[in-house]
Ligand binder design. Sequence first.
Ligand code: UGA
Length: 438
Amino acid sequence: MRHIAIIGTGYVGLVSGSGISDFGHKVICADIAGEKIKMLQAGKMPIYEPGLDELVDRNIKAERLSFSTDVGKTIRDSEVIFISVSTPQSENGEADISAVKAVAKIIGKNLNERKVICTKSTVPIGTGKIVSEIINENKSTETDFEYVSNPEFLREGSAVKDFLWPDRVVIGAESEWAFEIMKDVYRPLYINETPIVHTTVETAELIKYASNAFLSLKISYINEISALCEKVGADVHVVAKAMGSDGRISPKFLHPGPGFGGSCFPKDTSALVSMAQNKNVPMRTIQAAIETNAHQKKRMVKKLQALTGDFSGLTIGILGLAFKSKTDDVRESASLEMVGSLLKAGAQVKAYDPEANTSFAEFYPQITYCKTWEEAVKDTDAVAVMTEWNEFRTMDAKTLKNLMKSPIILDTRNILSRKELQKNGFSFDNVGRPMETK
Ligand code: UGA
């Protein structure tokens, strides 16, 4: 059993900390945000993430997981320190690592014995060197440490599963000593033969960006193909399925939609382009993926407009505000673009999301938030389905029609039955599939 510190209790820190404690280690999750730590100590989750509360609860009860606001003591009491604070996008597109640097300083000041210092946050390539320098500048003894990069590949909404059953674990460690400790941290996975990639720090840092950018590229690619499908009368789902049957392509992340969002893909693609530019390496494909994505979000607004005409004076129902289902996160969600455009054009908006009403209200407090989808669609001139929540998949077309003022619907996630909509006289559109069903 290892003594582990997790600094930063956001999505990554909380899931990783509780996951590592579930592997049998003693974990302290520390954060300077006192309110958040108080909540966690009281057994309340600061975020919505399926399965996280059970995981946290189980490990608190087993006395393997605890929470603290004393970052310095947590560091002194641990042999592996995970840095998992946020790295938001700065104005020039690069990741802002000021929180990582602040933690590095505290680590330096509290380095009382040889430790592994490991970054989990997504940080620009070269951050490892900066963190090591800061620790060296701030330590008062000759105590040694080893820097490790261990990027996370967690998806919001399935982060617990992704942590406990990952496709691979990447460990960028220069020394065998540090690698052996990290392997021990992930021991249950190692025994299960989960691929563990041992590499250098820089390679590990790049793997994270290269992976996220590639997935973004796949999504933008299928979104562009969906636009072509609409023009030539092809079905993007059949195209994607047949493409994905080729093992070299794989069917994953080929689902068309309103454009990718969230806290990772938009930020990481911009950061990769910006990092590469600084090294005089053009990232034309990723640049194109970013542009296509921005265009896809706008294309959804145009699609709705094509169905309704001028938005001015209309009441539009928005179903789904989160950037994808199973999360309350609305960062960079396609609904932000849609609602912003609707309000600008003079429409009234009624919105419903099973989890994200509150977080969306921070951006748009002026719209009407509803407690059910039925309430959100009632007396509307049109509805746009923006997030693929299961409860929208089972909406009954007849009920929808009876509730709405006029039967107009845009399905940006392709989750509704076109046959049913057609049968009930809806005027509708989706992404990359012919309107007529055979
Ligand atoms: C993403 C990666 O999938 C994780 O591996 C990574 O660890 C994480 O970023 C991160 O860097 O922290 P996440 O942003 O939580 O995870 O969500 P995804 O499931 O990847 O979805 C991202 C966006 O792409 C969503 O807006 C989603 O709706 C969209 N998407 C995804 C599509 O439009 N089509 C698809 O086929 C898949």
